[in-house]
Ligand binder design. Structure first.
Ligand code: HEC
Length: 176
C-alpha cells in the first residue's frame, strides 16, 4: 500500500518535472517583455522580494550626512546611472522605462521617500532579480550608493543647491 502511494507520488513528480522541462525547451514559457505579468508571478516576486529585504536590508541610519554636498553628489550619480529608467523631475518615462518588463517607476511621480533608507540602499546595491533594475555593487562605492539613497529619501525636501541640480536634469520623454 505504502509502496503504491510512494510510486504514485514519484511518478507525478517526474511527470511534472518533465512537463516543466518540455515547456521550457519548446518555448511555451513566455519569453517576451511586452506582456502584463500574470498575477501569480507578480505576487510571488513581490512576496519574495519583501521577505529578502526584511531579512537583509541594513538597519543602520544613513552613514552619509544630510548636506548640500552629499545631496548634489546623489543627484549627479542619479543622472549618470538611473535617470534613463527612473526619469527626471517631470516624471516623464523614456522609451526604455516604458518598454521594460517590469516598467521602471518614475521616481518623481512615485517617490520612495517613505521607504527606509536601508531598503533603498539594498535595492541599488543588489538590484532586483528578473527586472531591469541593475545591481550597482560592482560599479559604485558604498558611499556613493548612500548618497543616491540620501537624495531619493529627501527628494521632496532638498536643499536649494540640490533642488536646482535635480530640476535641471533633462527630461527623458521621447522627442524632448
Ligand atoms: C535599466 C533600467 C534601470 C536602471 C538603469 C535603474 N533601475 Fe531602478 N528599477 C528598474 C525597474 C524595472 C524597477 C522595478 C522593479 C520591480 O518592479 O520590482 C526598479 C526599481 C527601483 C526601485 C524601487 C522602486 C519602488 O517603488 O519600490 C528603486 C529605489 C530604484 N529602482 C532605484 C534605482 C537607482 C537609484 C538607480 C541608479 C543607481 C536605478 N534604480 C537604476 C529599472 C532600472
Amino acid at each position: 500500500m505504502f509502496k503504491g502511494i510512494a510510486t504514485g507520488v514519484l511518478a507525478t513528480l517526474v511527470l511534472g518535472l518533465l512537463g516543466a522541462y518540455l515547456c521550457v525547451v519548446m518555448g511555451l514559457m513566455p519569453a517576451n517583455a511586452d506582456a502584463k505579468p500574470p498575477r501569480l508571478e507578480s505576487w510571488a516576486a513581490r512576496k519574495s522580494l519583501h521577505a529578502t529585504i526584511a531579512r537583509e536590508a541594513p538597519k543602520i541610519p544613513n552613514p552619509v550626512a544630510m548636506s548640500d554636498v552629499n545631496l548634489i553628489a546623489g543627484v549627479k550619480l542619479y543622472a549618470a546611472n538611473c535617470v534613463v529608467c527612473h526619469g527626471a523631475a517631470d516624471g516623464a518615462p523614456s522609451n526604455i522605462a516604458t518598454g521594460l518588463y517590469q516598467h521602471a517607476p518614475q521616481l518623481a511621480k512615485r517617490p520612495v521617500t517613505d521607504d527606509e533608507e536601508g531598503v533603498t540602499y539594498w535595492k541599488i546595491y543588489h538590484g532586483i532579480r528578473m527586472t531591469g533594475m541593475p545591481s550597482y555593487r560592482a560599479t559604485l562605492k558604498e558611499t556613493q550608493i548612500w548618497q543616491i539613497t540620501l537624495f531619493l529619501k529627501h527628494m521632496n525636501e532638498l536643499t536649494p543647491g540640490a533642488e536646482k541640480a535635480w530640476k535641471s536634469l533633462p527630461s527623458q520623454a521621447p522627442g524632448t
